[in-house]
Each structure stands twice: as C-alpha cells, then as structure tokens.
Design a binder for this molecule. Structure first.
Ligand code: ADP
Ligand code: MG
Length: 729
C-alpha cells in the first residue's frame, strides 16, 4: 500500500475522544465572556463614551475622535483582563473566509521602554494592502491602499490573545471591497422601506430589522486521511473515488447517535461559540455519513452573518484539535448528499412584531399578508438576482443534484395560505367595495392564525419556503458567505416595498380609501406573482417542465447565473437602492467570474497531476504484475490450458491499457483546453470557456480512474477510498 494511505489508516487506530469540560457548569456564567457587549461597555467605558457607542448603533451618529480614544482605552482594559496582547481589524474580503492582520499593543514609550497602547485612531481605522485581495479592477496597484473601518453594530470580541474588531473594508476611493459594506447598506434600505410600509398600519413602528438564522451543514473527515488526499486539501472536494458499497442508502445516519469523537468536537465548538456570544443551539447528524449540522438562534442579519463567518473559522481550528478536517464544500463526495446553508430570513419591527407571522387581529394580519405578498413579488421579479447571489463553482455540484433544490426559484406557502391569497383575488374588486364585502374579507384574513396552526405541511424540496414565521432560502451553499444572498434578498425587498408603497399612495391620491388601496395593489401582485408559487416536489422532472411553461428561469451554468448581477432588474435594485455604485457592481461581477475560473482551473490542475503522477504509475505497475503472472502461466501450462485459464487476465491487461491511454489523452486535451481558456481576453470569456471546455474533462477523467480503483489491487491503491473517508470517526 502507498505509504500515505497506509500511515493514514494506521493513525486511525489510535484515535480517541478528547475529554472536554466547560469553564463552568452553568452556560450563562460564561456566555459572551469574550465579547465587548453592552454590559462590559457599561463597566469599562465612561458614561459619555458608552452613550456615543449606543447612539452610533441606534441612530448611526458618527463617533468623535475624542470619544473613540475613550472607547479604545476601555476596550483595551477589558481585553487585558483576558490576557490579550494583540488587536486586529476583522473583515470579510471577497474571498472565502475572513481576513485579519494582527498588531501588538506594543509601542515605545518616551523614556525608551515599551508600553501597551491602543488609540481611538487604531480602533476606528486600519490600512491593509488592498491589492492582495480580490477587487475586480476597482483600483490600480499603484494605489494599493484600502481602509478597514469599525462596524459599531457588531461588538468586538477576543479569540485566543487577540482583540478582534469587526470592520468594513473599502478602497481608498471609497468603493466596497467586502461583503459587509453592501450588506449594511441593504439592511438600511430594507429598514427604511419596510418602516414606511408598516406606518400605513401602525405609526409606532420606527425601525425594521432583517433577521437571519443560518443552518450550517458540514462534513468531518479524519485529519490523517484528509492529508493523504491532495484533492481534498487543495480543492475541498474529492475529484475521484469509487462510491462506497454502503453509503447513505440505509438512511441510518440522519439524527442517529453522534459518535464520541464527534461529540467532543461539537462540545468544544459550542463552548467556544458561547464564550463568543454566538447562540448556537441545535446540532445533529445529517443525511450523509460523517455529515452534520449546526444552527444558532437567529439574530440581526449583520451579526448573524459575522457569527457564521466566525463559526466557520472556529470549526476549522477546533476540528484539527480533535484530529478532524471540516469540509464546507457543497459536494465533497459524489453520489452522497452535499452540504447547504439554509438561510432563515424574517423582518421584525422595533415594536416587537414579526412581519412574517400572522397577528392576533385582522389589522395585524393585514400587515402579515402585505409583507407576504411583497415577498412573493420580490422573489418573482428578482429570481435571477437571487440565483446569481448563490452561484459558485462549488454550489453548482449540489443544486439540482436530487438532494438540493434545483436552479429554479419558487416559493412554497402551504395549501391554506395559498387558498387565502386566491380568496383575496376573488373577493377584491376594482370598484368600491361594499361594507359587507370588506367585512367578509377581513373575517377571512382574521382566520389566518388558526389556519397556520393547523398547517403542519412542510415542503423540504422548496428553495424558498414559508415555514410559519420566516422564509427559508435553502439554495445557499455551505461554503458561502450568507451576506451575498442577504444583500440580494434585502435589497430586492426594499425595492419591492418602495414600489408597493408608491402604488398605494397613488391610489390614495385618487381618493381610494387606504384599506381598499392596499387590497387592490395586493390583488394585482398576487395575480402577477402566481408563477413563482409552487407546492409540489421541487426535485422532480415534471417541475422542470412546468417551470419552463411558467417562464421561470432555470440556469445551471454558473457564469451565466453570475451575469445576472448586472441585468436590467438587478441594476434597478442594486443601483436604485444604492447598495452598489456602477463600478462596485461591475467589479463584483468580475471578482465572481474570476473566482469561478480559478476554482475550475485549480481542480483541473490537481486532477491532471493526480491522474498522471498517482494513478497511471500504479495502474502500470499492477498491469506489469498481471503480465508477469501471464508469462509464468504460459511457461508452466500447455498452450490449450493456458488459453482457457488466462482469458480474464488478458482482458484486464487490455482494459487497464485502454484506460491508462484514455487518461493520458484526456489530460493532454484538458491542458490544451486550459490554454485556450487562459488566452481569452476577458474574465467573462475565460469563465465561460472554463465551464464549457475544461469542466467536462473532470468527469470524463474521473470515470476512468474510478473504474481503475475497482480493478486494481486494493493493497497498492494510493489514495484513501470513499469507504475510509466516509466511515471513520
Ligand atoms: P429546521 O431544520 O426545521 O429548518 P432548525 O431549528 O434547524 O429548523 O433551524 C431553524 C433556524 O431558523 C434557526 O436558526 C432558528 O433560530 C431560525 N429561525 C426561527 N425563527 C426565525 C425567524 N422568525 N426569523 C429568522 N430565523 C428564524
Ligand atoms: Mg431548515
């Protein structure tokens, strides 16, 4: 057996679960101990500085330099109580994951010694070199400066001995180079638009918050086996591997008991999350072997997203302490379920109303119906933007792969709620309604809470499902930054609500009463958005045909999906709501296209190398063993006997030859295809060429390798096999 695989498997025999104990038996004793939250601010900040932070959070008032110094000083005192030595601005560039540059608190003092210093200036701004991060051509390399600036709405926290300050990341000229900046803008836009709509019903509402509850799916794989698979290490997924005789067919993993080594990993992860004020709550096995899920209690979308990014980072680090690698790739193993990251999304008011939950009276229900119908219209009109926001080189292997929603957007409401909307269409008239008509309609709407209580049907195949008090966007990939879909959804919702409000205002100017105006606009929207509502099996073939008949998009090509970032409707939303300016939007598209190209390019290179350097030599050496065996048989037995006994082996020699030749030819062709793609002049053409000309080789080459895996002696096969990767824990 190859040394790598042999030692990897040998190491497994020594694995055991590590004992994990929480800092205290009571969770509330250590929850958020490492967060500079309101309570600690009160303790460590002078009163005026505390007020400055609160005003900045609640009213977006700027923080003066003088206040910043006071805040920085208080933050440092708190951090020192946790033995912190360094600080960093923590930001989310357009790569996978977060970035940080640690600086020590150390500074020379006037008497030649050193002191620990952290000033307001350092708290508020840092200047990382922006040229080392994706920027889509936004700035020239000679102007390499980028700024990070403190996001006051997300509290500072301590990891190990470093104080981390959540920041936005922008170029010298002010353009966003990250996910957080446009997310904050989208959240502000939806806040403004939704508040105005709420005020049609209730003047007390002055703010609307977007909430996000993510569910993070992931795989664990033993660290030694992972290290013995260059494809996993370099691309996050297996580029080859024959399926295991047993994988998920017995359906025995989902919600099954969690193995001890995994449990200790989860325990430690939860403790670390809780110290950082991340309210993780749910953990369980997922459908595929060695696949799991983690979910927190939902929070404000900006904080929830920071927490998701932080959790992904923590998971990687804690996993390695338990001798695991964690895989966030959407499809690390072919043939078994991939991983998604469901985004549960809702809007709620500062008066404590969840706008996606029915109220206790007809007025509350009108508010609910209004927002519900606006969501229908938002998704219907912006299906392509939503699709673009979740498109990536890795998510394309999961979407539509019979365990995940297809590339078609649709909304599941449940039968009763659907019937309710149809009722509105029937009852609302374009002429003035009689008091009786209005009463009947309002009575119907008043029944909604009972309807929903009974309504237990849930559709697991819907990409955008209504689940009682929120919408669940299930097409997000597990490795994604949730900000991308959250920017799209909240910006589109803002735009939609603004249009709705304008239509209602217009009718009211024409002397139509408020209720009636709202009803009429809702009716039009229910009719117009009808094609996006689908209650059936989203994974079925019939739905694809039905969706095509309805004129819904079904985009499986990633570059094509990405181009919708700049189509007419997306520009209307993203530029119109001022989430991006022109150059930010085009550069964002460039970055995404380039990321796609690079990922396919890396996969293609890794597969080419492995095929030629790992697989072909092993196949040839096994073939030589067969040939030796054949020569021996020929020497000893009579020609007749030899003929009868050697047929299968000769066939195998031929088969291996055929596959080795095919692999070599295909790899050579793939390299040529890469050259063609690399020579294309634009990111767009490169991405399309990689998708059309290079990507198909990955499967073709893999197919030969996977067959060889079954034909060649297990003892010499160089890479850990699927059964080993999936079943060791
Ligand atoms: P399921 O697996 O049934 O979808 P989970 O309990 O695993 O449910 O996850 C549901 C997620 O939805 C959790 O993060 C939860 O906090 C979140 N959630 C619940 N209510 C809301 C809401 N009103 N808005 C946003 N997220 C919500
Ligand atoms: Mg869910």
């Amino acid at each position: 057996m190859s040394k790598m695989r042999f030692y990897a498997l040998k190491e497994l025999t020594n694995r055991s679960a590590v004992e994990v104990t929480p800092p205290s038996s009571k969770l509330s004793d250590y929850y958020a101990s490492h967060v500079f939250d309101r309570k600690k601010m009160q303790e460590y900040l002078p009163r005026e500085a505390f007020k400055a932070v609160m005003d900045a959070i609640e009213k977006a008032t700027p923080i003066s330099r003088e206040m910043a110094d006071l805040i920085a000083n208080g933050m440092k005192s708190w951090a020192k109580s946790l033995n912190v030595t360094h600080y960093t601005h923590w930001f989310q560039p357009l790569t996978d994951g977060t970035a940080e540059k640690h600086d020590g608190f150390i500074e020379f003092s006037e008497d030649g010694g050193v002191i620990e210093r952290f000033s307001g200036k350092l708290l508020i701004q840092q200047e990382p070199d922006a040229s080392s991060f994706p920027n889509g051509g936004i700035r020239n390399t000679f102007e390499a400066r980028g700024y990070t600036a403190w996001d006051v709405s997300s509290p500072a926290f301590v990891v190990d001995t470093t104080l981390c300050i959540p920041t936005i990341f922008i170029s010298y000229t002010g353009e966003a180079l990250d996910y957080k900046t446009p997310l904050l803008k989208a959240l502000a836009a939806v806040d403004k638009a939704a508040t105005e709509v709420c005020q049609l019903f209730d003047k007390n509402v002055t703010r609307v918050y977007a909430n996000l509850g993510w569910e993070q799916e992931y795989f664990l794989v033993d660290l030694a086996l992972y290290n013995a698979r260059p494809d996993l290490c370099l691309t996050g997924r297996t580029l080859m591997g024959h399926s295991s005789a047993k994988d998920q067919q017995l359906e025995d993993h989902y919600f099954g008991s969690i193995p001890p080594r995994v449990t200790s990993f989860m325990k430690e992860l939860e403790i670390e999350c809780h110290k950082l004020g991340i309210p993780v709550k749910t953990r369980h096995n997922e459908v595929a072997p060695n696949q799991f899920e983690l979910a927190p209690i939902f929070e404000n979308a900006n904080l929830a997203n920071d927490h998701n990014q932080l959790v992904m980072d923590l998971m990687k680090r804690i996993a390695s302490k338990h001798q695991f690698a964690v895989l966030f790739h959407e499809k690390p193993y072919s043939g078994v379920n991939g991983s998604g990251k469901h985004n549960n999304w809702s809007l709620s008011t500062d008066t404590g109303i969840n706008l996606f939950a029915p109220g206790r009276n007809p007025k509350g229900n009108m508010l609910f119906i209004t927002f519900l119908v606006n969501v229908l219209m938002m998704v219907y009109k912006n299906q392509n933007l939503l699709r673009a926001s979740i498109a990536s080189a890795s998510n394309c292997y999961r979407l539509g792969a019979n365990e995940a929603p297809p590339s078609i957007l649709s909304i599941f409401l449940g039968k009763q709620l659907s019937a309710m909307l149809d009722e509105i269409v029937k009852k609302v008239t374009d002429t003035k309604m009689t008091p009786e008509e209005k009463t009947i309609l309002k009575l119907g709407i008043g029944r909604i809470p009972e309807i929903l209580l009974d309504n237990t049907d849930r559709n697991r195949t819907s990409p955008f499902a209504f689940t009682g008090n929120r919408f669940e966007f299930r097409a997000t990939g597990s490795s994604a930054n949730c900000a991308a879909p959250m920017i799209a959804i909240n910006a589109a919702m803002a735009s939609q609500l603004n249009e709705f409000k304008a239509s209602v205002d217009k009718l009211m100017e024409e002397e139509v009463g408020k209720d009636e105006a709202i009803f009429r606009v809702l009716k039009e929207m229910i009719i117009a958005s009808e094609p996006i509502r689908f209650e059936g099996d989203g994974y079925s073939e019939e739905w694809k045909q039905e969706a095509a008949r309805r004129g819904l998009s079904n985009i499986s090509c990633v570059p094509e999906a990405l181009l919708h970032y700049t189509d007419h409707q997306s520009r209307y939303v993203l530029l119109g709501e001022k989430i991006f300016n022109e150059s930010e939007l085009t550069s964002r598209l460039e970055v995404e296209l380039e990321k796609f190209t690079k990922k396919v390019q890396i996969e293609s290179r890794v597969l080419g190398d492995l095929a030629i350097n790992h697989i072909v030599p092993i196949a040839v050496s096994y073939q030589n063993r067969l040939l030796e065996n054949l020569r021996g048989l020929k020497e000893i037995f009579s020609p007749e006997e030899f003929e009868t006994m050697s047929g299968d082996r000769k066939e195998l020699v031929r088969e291996i030859s055929r596959r080795v030749t095919a692999i070599k030819t295909l790899v050579a062709e793939m390299i040529e295809a890469r050259k063609v793609a690399n020579n294309k002049p634009t990111h767009k053409e490169q991405a399309f060429t990689y998708d059309e000309m290079v990507r198909p080789y990955l499967d073709k080459i893999r197919d030969h390798i996977d067959h060889l895996e079954m034909e060649i002696d297990d003892d010499i096969w160089p890479l850990p096999k699927y059964r080993e990767l999936l079943f060791n824990k």
